[in-house]
Design a protein around this ligand. Structure first.
Ligand code: DGL
Length: 274
């Protein structure tokens, strides 16, 4: 089974294009809504939350876990991989994130070598996108901006209101003067404001979204790794887990993504197991 892990609802913007591209597999989605947003948490907390999620998902039949959450990918992925993919376990299971496919696409897309990144405080402070892009092309200059107020606006369904757009405008102002030609929307929630990003940044600037890039990269990954691919169950099952209110989760999926999902199951991600 393929597991998609996010701090909450946002990872549905990654799950949706993955399911569209690879509908044959079984998917288990875990949203840690009870502790979201992750973006304002400390590095230690984010790593602890990600460890618990991974432990749960491996214990419940996952072979491949994808961190849809940019914050968890930026802050915790490497630590979690070190912890759970030791020795021979590495052959049987995998944990991937959204950061690498997104960084690769941004490095390919930029013609003038100037890339912008927006994300949560934790993602931007981690400088993970800067490191990822520098490894691919050290000549690219990365300009980043944390936009911590956008996630609450989106979760409240206020993201098309003038208040949210005026805050977005303020966040984007410094990036507009950096002469970037590519902007990474480095947060699962920002695609909900894609049209506003597009209008405010101008059509000349290419926006990179985690969902489609991760889906395309997963498809390639599975083609390159038949040993993992053959372990994945293929009955088209989709199962949803949340650490908060299942009904609220189901409503969010329906209203924000037009996804009709079956009622999620409520889970406890036990802190005492760490
Ligand atoms: N899922 C998070 C991310 O992509 C956004 C929400 C949060 O802060 O938890 O960074």
């Amino acid at each position: 089974m393929i597991a998609i892990f996010d701090s909450g609802y946002g990872g549905l913007t990654v799950l949706k294009p993955i399911i569209e591209l690879l509908p044959q597999y079984d998917y288990l989605y875990l949203g840690d809504n009870g502790r979201a947003p992750y973006g304002n948490h400390s590095r230690e907390n984010i790593i602890a939350f990600a460890n618990q999620a991974v432990e749960y998902l491996f214990a419940h039949g996952s072979t491949l876990i994808i961190f849809a959450c940019n914050t968890a990918s930026a802050v915790a992925l490497r630590k979690v991989q070190e912890k759970y993919l030791k020795g021979k376990e590495e052959k049987d299971r995998k944990i991937l994130g959204v950061l690498l496919p997104v960084a690769e696409q941004a490095a390919l897309s930029s013609k003038n070598g100037r890339v912008g990144v927006v994300g949560t405080k934790a993602t931007i402070n981690s400088k993970a996108y800067e490191r990822g892009i520098a490894k691919l092309n050290p000549k690219i200059k990365v300009f980043s901006k944390a936009c911590p107020l956008l996630v609450p606006f989106i979760e409240e369904n206020w993201h098309n209101k003038p208040e949210a757009i005026s805050i977005l405008k303020k966040y984007l102002r410094p990036l507009k003067s950096c002469n970037i030609d590519t902007l990474i929307l480095g947060c699962t929630h920002y695609p909900f404001m894609e049209k506003h990003f597009r209008r405010l940044m101008g059509r000349r600037i290419k926006l990179i979204l985690s969902g489609p890039e991760t889906a395309a990269s997963l498809k390639e990954y599975l083609a390159r790794h038949p040993e993992i691919e053959k372990k994945l169950s293929k009955k088209g099952i989709r199962h949803y887990l949340t650490s908060d209110d299942p009904l609220k989760f189901q409503k969010f999926a329906q209203s924000h993504l037009k996804m009709k999902i079956k009622m999620p199951e409520r889970v406890e991600l036990d802190l005492s197991s760490q």
